[in-house]
Write a protein that binds this ligand. Structure first.
Ligand SMILES: *Cc1c(COP(=O)(O)O)cnc(C)c1O
Length: 368
């Protein structure tokens, strides 16, 4: 007790991240057959793992007695070739969550502040708070980032701004032009972390320009993940691209072997699996149509989304979430994001989307 009381106040004040409910947990709790449960709660790829990544992991299984390459050379070279960026600009993470924490730990401390948006990804306030820095939450505009307001919120002690684009859980998107204008105006000493976890789900004409901006904006940190479109959420691998000096600072707080051996080879292979990415993109477009049309037919409004999920408005969201669980459908309540009247559903396979819509229709009938 005494030891816990002495933990720093900013640590004691942290409200832990609430992940989506795992299938096995729901099966245990309600005595359901796990094979009948659909999980559309964590924006995972319904197509599974990239086959190229799967093959690479099978090849690497024999070497698990050895430590991974602490420099992650295989993956960094693949990223260097793929994005035409210098290797010194790359920071690898145990998921992009890890690089988000590294950037916070490397640059924030008590007495300084960091800006993020209302309804933005919950990891930002957590990463800020763990350093003892002050979080500044800027009210959203139409569920998305209000960049002019975020710019105006920057104080003399502000060292960082977090932006998710597209944003989770609202699915909103900022244009390249808006972001470029913002970057031009942010003071140099403020690091701008641009989290592009869902960029592979954007159509060609909306793909980010951000990697071209790295040379122009030395305070820019772009983060990407293999958890979403690449189908490797369980493996935990992501990365950041930044100016070499910034990447160097981040690497100083990185655990020596933060990315495991399987993740290194799988991510390198997945990066070149164009066919898998194209299939994931196409399936998501179709599934998004299926779900949004289904929501419309049920008379429910939703926030138009650029990700692989959609957030819809429903009265009694907590009760509806529980009733959906009883029907074997796991979605994500987002009351912790300040959206107690919304639920977020990830885009699944056509059959999973159908099961979700059917379950939703029947629970809506029940409460009528
Ligand atoms: C899912 C997600 C991530 C990725 O997390 P990983 O740690 O890479 O699995 C990062 N940012 C946002 C906004 C996300 O939704």
């Amino acid at each position: 007790m005494i030891a816990c009381d002495l933990a720093p106040a900013h640590i004691r004040a942290i409200a832990p991240y609430q992940p989506g409910k795992p299938i096995d947990e729901l099966a245990r709790e309600l005595g359901l057959d796990p094979s009948g449960i659909v999980k559309l709660a964590s924006n995972e790829n319904p197509l599974g793992v990239s086959p190229k990544a799967q093959f690479a992991m099978e090849e690497a299984l024999g070497s698990l007695a050895l430590y991974p390459d602490g420099n992650g050379h295989v993956l960094k070279s693949a990223l260097m070739k793929h994005w035409q960026v210098d290797i010194t600009r790359i920071v690898l993470g145990n998921g992009s969550n890890d690089v988000l924490e590294m950037v916070a730990r490397a640059f924030l401390q008590p007495g300084c502040s960091a800006v993020y948006s209302q309804y933005a990804f919950a990891v930002y306030p957590l990463a800020i708070q763990a350093t003892g820095a002050q979080g500044i939450c800027v009210p959203a505009i139409e569920y998305g980032h209000d960049l002019p307001a975020m710019l105006a919120a920057i104080q003399t002690d502000t060292r960082m701004v977090f932006i998710a684009n597209p944003n989770n859980p609202t699915g909103t998107l900022l244009s390249n032009a808006e972001l470029e204008t913002f970057l031009q105006q942010v003071p140099e000493q403020v690091i701008v972390v641009l989290d592009e976890a869902y960029c592979e789900y954007l159509p060609e004409n909306l793909q980010p320009d951000t990697l071209h901006w790295l040379a122009r904006f030395p305070n820019l940190v772009v983060t990407r993940t293999f958890s979403k479109a690449f189908g490797l959420a369980g493996l935990r691998v992501g990365y950041a691209l930044a100016q070499a000096a910034v990447a160097d600072m981040m690497n100083r707080v990185r655990q020596p072997f933060n990315v495991n051996s399987l993740a290194l080879v799988a991510a390198a292979a997945a990066l070149e699996d164009d066919d898998f990415i194209a299939r994931s993109y196409a399936a998501n477009r179709l599934g998004m149509q299926q779900i949004t049309q289904g929501l419309q037919l049920l008379g429910l409004s939703f926030i138009p989304s650029y990700g692989n999920f959609v957030t819809f408005r429903i009265g009694n969201a907590t009760a509806m979430y529980r009733r959906l669980l009883e029907k074997g459908v796991i979605v994500r309540p987002i009351g912790a994001y300040g959206l107690p009247e919304h639920l977020r559903v990830s885009i699944g396979l056509a059959s999973e989307n159908h099961q979700f819509l059917q379950a939703l229709e029947s629970v809506m009938e029940e409460v009528k």
